[in-house]
Design a binder for this molecule. Structure first.
Ligand code: NDP
Ligand code: BG6
Length: 525
């Protein structure tokens, strides 16, 4: 059953009120083989790789926030599992900088750690998983539902999932496994992993996480498109000139260069986060909001896409800015964890096409990069020029911008009469800025929503195996060609907008930049 809408927001609803709405909706959330969250069935959430970076920066903080807000089933226990000989107290210390605990939450925070446990074990020894199983029975009884979060390097996915299957499945109730990207590195390796997993678990037991699907504005794409009459009729090749989906980060690899270099920006961000957004922008209206109806539509979009080719791609790699401060002085190749002479791209722009009746001829431009001038993720729908313009070329294209982060907003650039006696035209915007319109609303972190979805058994915001296979089909030939031919990425300065060649590619692909639009930030923001 799809999870009920998480938050029914209004300006007047305070954070507490909203949490209570979420709790209410969870109570009606039934899961296969279970009654509901009011039932006293225990749940055990296992963090595999509890000693790692993802666990301390994202998973434990998320679990704490959900626990703090009483959004999890009453009787939920947490078990960390990793190779290091750690205590719960040591995990707590590692996590502390990321937990954001307020003074008046100390008591609840103690309670959270009191329901945490830790088991030391290797990833490839069956006996250690048997001990993990015993610990889970001890802390949660035999009846507990079990969730395993694989916050682990992909090299151990196979052995860990095999051991979970043979030793740690729930004795009654359900078992769910959350898997983090990378789901392979090309079609072949991804298919291998998928085959391995599907031999162990049913699709409804697997939750492939793409955390962009948990972001407020990404989830809002469906509401915006299908909950309004005004967008539908213009959402097509007759009206839209180009779609630009963009991700920018203002920092470099920050010592993660070793990991990053194996993957590059295309695998790190474009093939998953940006492609998922593209699917939600381009898909047809699903016949319901059930997970599989939505995922069916997303797969259809992917099936209509041709493989990407190098001539439709711009690749870049950042170099240090001698005038920059701190990290900005260093280029990608100055990161000691990056192999000397690496040609791995830290910036990529790719032009994709969807060969169907709605989108034929409309460029979908995907762009992502590190060490750029700002942090920003957005979708920019640029409309065609006005036909039969009577304003002597003054009309500029409408743009509908869905800003995913930071500062969630939807704004539509429109032309208006210059106020006053003049009859001239000027650019302005219809602006829905969340910070202004929904003051005080709590927008949960992407991981909070997604982990809650797993408890609820809702796969709407998770990637299905056929989606994944199609995503790799589109990207694998390009990635292989880049690996074979090693084209030199275009250098761009740390803190810049990226290579100028990318702007030229945008212009070639029916994206017009005027440089004339000015926005005045409201004083309330
Ligand atoms: P602009 O017209 O300034 O920019 C439009 C797009 O063109 C962006 O994607 C931009 O950034 C890109 N661009 C910039 N320079 C070039 C170039 N030389 N060649 C090609 N493309 C270029 O409009 P924006 O929508 O970006 O708005 C301007 C500012 O106002 C933004 O900071 C925006 O966030 C803010 N704003 C905020 C609102 C809100 O919070 N509610 C509402 C409206 C505006 P790039 O390629 O660098 O990403
Ligand atoms: C991750 C990438 O998937 O997403 C990182 O591996 C990137 O390189 C991150 O920094 C961005 O996520 P967010 O939520 O901060 O935009």
């Amino acid at each position: 059953m799809p999870r009920p809408p998480l938050v029914a927001k209004s300006d007047s609803a305070g954070a507490e009120e909203m949490l209570s709405l979420i709790r209410q909706s969870l109570k009606s959330c039934r899961t296969p083989g279970e009654t509901n969250f009011e039932a006293s069935t225990p749940h055990i959430f296992v963090v595999m790789g509890a000693s790692g970076d993802l666990a301390k920066k994202k998973i434990y903080p998320t679990l704490w926030w959900l626990y703090r807000d009483r959004l999890l089933p009453e009787n939920t226990m947490f078990v960390g599992y990793a190779r290091s000989g750690l205590t719960v107290e040591q995990i707590r210390e590692k996590c502390t900088p990321y937990m954001k605990v307020k003074d008046d939450e100390q008591e609840r925070y103690q309670q959270f750690w009191a329901v945490n446990h830790y088991v030391k074990g290797s990833y490839d020894t069956r006996r250690d998983f048997e001990l993990l199983d015993q610990e889970m029975i001890k802390v949660g009884t035999e009846k507990a539902n079990r969730i395993f979060y694989l916050a682990l390097p992909p090299s151990v996915f196979d052995t860990v999932t095999s051991n979970v299957k043979s030793c740690c499945m729930a004795k009654s109730g359900w078992t769910r496994v959350i898997i983090e990207k990378p789901f392979g590195r090309d079609s072949e390796s991804s298919a291998k992993l998928s085959n391995h997993l599907s031999a162990l678990f049913r699709e409804e037991e697997m939750y492939r996480i793409d955390h962009y699907l948990g972001k407020e504005m990404v989830q809002n794409l469906m509401s915006l498109r299908f909950g309004n009459r005004i967008f539908g009729p213009t959402w097509n090749r007759d009206n839209i000139a180009s779609v630009f989906i963009s991700f920018k980060e203002p920092f470099g690899t920050q010592g993660r260069g070793g990991y990053f270099d194996e993957f590059g920006i295309i695998r790190d961000v474009m093939q998953n986060h940006l492609l998922q957004i593209l699917c939600l922008v381009a898909m047809e209206k699903p016949c319901s909001t059930a997970a599989d109806d939505i995922r069916d539509e997303k797969v259809k979009v992917l099936k209509c896409m041709q493989e990407l080719t190098l001539d439709n791609v711009v690749l870049g790699q950042y170099v240090g800015d001698p005038e920059g401060e701190g990290e900005a002085k260093d280029g990608y190749l100055d990161d000691p964890t990056v192999p000397a002479g690496s040609v791995t791209p830290t910036y990529a722009l790719a032009v994709a096409h969807i060969n169907n009746e709605r989108w034929d001829g409309v460029p979908f431009i995907l762009r992502c990069g590190k060490a750029l001038n700002e942090r920003k993720a957005e979708v920019r729908i640029q409309y065609r020029d006005v036909a039969g313009d009577v304003f002597h070329g003054q009309s500029k294209r409408n743009e509908l911008v869905i800003r995913v982060q930071p500062g969630e907003a939807i704004y539509c650039k429109v032309m208006t009469k210059t106020p006053g006696m003049s009859f001239g035209l000027e650019e302005t915007e219809l602006d829905l800025t969340y910070g202004d319109r929904y003051k005080g609303a709590k927008l949960p972190d992407a991981y909070e929503r997604l982990i809650l979805d797993v408890f609820c058994g809702s796969q709407m915001h998770f990637v299905r195996s056929d989606e994944l296979a199609e995503a790799w089909r589109i990207f694998t030939p390009l990635l292989h060609k880049i690996e074979r031919e090693k084209p030199n990425p275009i250098p761009y300065k740390y803190g810049s907008r990226g290579p100028a060649e990318a702007d030229a590619k945008l212009a070639e692909n029916n994206f017009k930049y005027y440089g004339s639009y000015k926005w005045t930030k409201p004083s309330s923001l």
